[in-house]
Ligand binder design. Sequence first.
Ligand code: ADP
Length: 247
Amino acid sequence: MSRVTVLQSKGLHVEFGGVKAANGVDLDLYEGELASIIGPNGSGKTTFLNLCTGYVRPSKGEVIFAGKDLTRMPPRDITRLGAVRTFQLPQLFTEDTVIQNVLIALAARTGFWNLRALDRPALRSEAMDILAIFGLTPQAERHIHSLPEGVRKLVDIAVSMALSPTLLLMDEPTSGVSSSEKFEIMDILIPILRERKITALLVEHDMELVARYMDRVIVWNAGQVMADGAPDAVLRDERVLRSVVGA
Ligand code: ADP
């Protein structure tokens, strides 16, 4: 079966004050696959997400998504094309409610939103449908600042889903929550990604989570890909263990 390439990065380079955060990254992501980037701190994992979503411009190389060159595009245009990014700290409007946050994302999809659009019953019902998928209906009217971290993470993911992604780039979606909450979040998220055939790339530190849910693991080291493949093979590779786990 031939695979459809969703994202292609070619020869990406970027340097910060002499540190090569990307040192020739060539990477293809395929439709519907769930992949994780792992690697030591400072190896360039977040930089790769930044390069793919317009937050950092490469000094050399390019990123192609959905047939378009993203390399010089601003983040909001990339989001509208369907490559949606989440950050380590949820980017939510903390003084607003859960449903207001989802409504704002839904209204922002078109790029022509105004505050009146948020009152439209059709948009509200779409927002409630998204919250239901994530089991967040009871929290719809809660303010973000009043929610525990685990629920906030889930709202952040629901908001990213409201942007209709075909590619989801997530920076440690479960950092800062307990181990059991991590698995609860993934047990909700993974079936949604599979059902919608969304391609996902997660920066992740939890190897158990990677082994349990991912199709592919890409190991970063000093701004480069040092290993790439199925979790059961990659996570047994001695070189990888030494680099990532320090074993
Ligand atoms: P990782 O996500 O693997 O921990 P990062 O991509 O955050 O690594 O960082 C890789 C290197 O690039 C680090 O040395 C970091 O300090 C540096 N770096 C990343 N982003 C910036 C930036 N915007 N400005 C300056 N240095 C940066």
